[in-house]
Design a protein around this ligand. Structure first.
Ligand code: BGC
Length: 447
């Protein structure tokens, strides 16, 4: 049976790759996306709102002792006040969707106490999107935790799953009418590994045991929240589409060695699939954050390492991450086994050089086009990020935004890449003239 399934999967891969080669031929026709395809951008509360003083990240940024972050988040991009202005830009970019997150520590500043002023604030934020005809994708947990929760032991304690599900239910009850797509947890594996394995993010532990414990608590929290949101939306006679945003990596074996290949497949399973398989049956769609393509090999000690991209002289972002658009096609192919619709919930790069961002967007969106042509059910693309923001421990230096932010004045400046993205969204297609940005110097006419 497993053999039969595998050969079916292999046939599908071959067919997809053939289709990709076929559509790659030269033609002046626009590369059209399906009607209703979602075009948007993504942000998260702590990275853009500013003054999120009641969560564990803020405490971490201001903790005494050795320097843990490049700089504190402070007022960030002050989207807490400037959201109307930012949403006007979204509408001008012809986006029909937007992904943002709710800050748990604002809504529930102490255990069991709900802050109605903040509930009303988020109501206005979500209404502002709806007024502009923008579909809402709402994340409930994007790396930050209320301080009261962190003090209890955060995700290391089992009951956090129940506390999270109760918060999810509360948001569904009071703000659910504005939400088209729910993301319970953003990148559980990134959170777990940065905070409990590598010890770089709060609470900065380095323990395999705790890593596993937190992983399982998060998986349970997702399952419980999925059920609560569905139950509440059912009561309101609304459709609930619930998922997570999963960081998915494209991995290849650097050398043609069987044992390296096995290593790759195992890592792929653990990083890309394990959370999905632990939470099977509780995803209405798959949310994919795609940033990484890594070439893997074993070093002399038998340890699995990523080949340094600088040594390879590959195209890379300001953070040194390799830029490899076909990897997006590959991970989508890998996720076909779940038979669920897919949304790209994040994809982007840190780049001062905005030409690079333009090429990046066109190249990645083109991979989506090929994936759809090959029969994959991809329904939306959310670029990370709408505007420059607080990149966690790295501070404000990495520039991920389609919109540049001057943090002194909070002035927004639309980058040329945003105009190219806006044209793709407006046309719901990559036109031949936009394709020309691949491999050519971009924005000649804009400079
Ligand atoms: C996270 C974002 C982050 C982005 C770029 C994603 O993993 O969800 O919060 O800013 O990557 O590093």
């Amino acid at each position: 049976m497993a053999k039969k399934k595998r050969s079916k999967f292999n046939r599908f891969i071959k067919k997809s790759q053939r289709a990709k080669r076929k559509v790659a031929g030269h033609s002046h026709q626009p590369l059209l996306f399906p009607k209703g395809f979602l075009w948007g951008t993504s942000t998260s509360s702590h990275q853009v709102e500013g003054n999120n003083t009641n969560n564990d990240w803020w405490a971490w940024e201001h903790g005494r002792g050795k320097k843990r972050v490049a700089e504190p988040s402070g007022a960030a991009a002050n989207q807490y006040e400037l959201y109307e202005n930012d949403f006007d830009i979204i509408a001008d970019m012809h986006n029909n969707a937007h992904r943002l997150s709710i800050e748990w520590s604002r809504i529930e500043p102490e255990e069991g106490q709900w802050n109605w002023i903040e509930v009303e604030h988020y109501r206005k934020v979500l209404q502002a999107l709806k007024k502009r005809n923008i579909k809402v994708m709402l994340t409930l947990h994007h790396f930050t935790n209320p301080i009261w929760l962190a003090k209890q032991g955060g995700w290391e304690q089992r009951r956090t799953a129940e506390l999270f599900a109760r918060y999810a239910e509360f948001i569904a009850e009071h703000l659910g009418e504005y939400v088209d797509f729910w993301i319970t947890i953003n990148e559980p594996l990134v959170y777990v590994s940065e905070s409990y394995m590598l010890g770089k993010w709060p609470p900065a532990k380095k323990s395999i045991w705790k890593t596993a414990k937190v992983f399982f608590t998060m998986a349970r929290a997702h399952r419980l929240a999925y059920r609560e949101i569905h139950a509440e939306m059912h009561k309101q006679h609304r459709i609930a589409r619930v998922g997570i945003a999963k960081n998915v990596v494209s991995l290849v074996s650097y050398r043609k060695k069987f044992i390296d290949y096995v290593y790759v497949r195992v890592s792929e399973y653990v990083w890309n699939n394990f959370f999905f398989s632990r939470t099977r049956g509780t995803h209405d769609y798959l949310g994919v954050n795609y940033y990484f393509h890594n070439r893997v090999k074993r070093d002399k000690g038998g340890k699995l390492v990523f080949v340094d991209v600088r040594q390879e002289d590959r195209d890379r972002s300001d953070l040194g991450w390799e830029i490899y658009a076909p990897g997006l096609f590959d991970v989508l192919l890998e996720l076909q086994r779940y038979g669920l619709p897919i949304y790209i919930t994040e994809n982007g790069l840190a780049a001062i050089n905005d030409h690079k961002r333009t090429r990046f967007i066109v190249a990645h969106v083109k991979e989506l086009y090929h994936a759809i042509k090959a029969g994959m059910d991809v329904r939306g693309y959310f670029h990370w990020s709408l505007l420059d923001n607080y990149e966690w421990d790295k501070g404000f230096e990495p520039r991920f935004g389609l919109i540049a932010v001057d943090y002194e004045t909070q002035k927004r400046t639309i980058r040329p890449s945003a105009r190219v993205y806006a044209r793709i969204c407006e046309e719901n297609a990559i036109t031949h003239e936009i394709l020309r940005y691949l491999g050519h110097g971009a924005h000649e006419e804009d400079s």
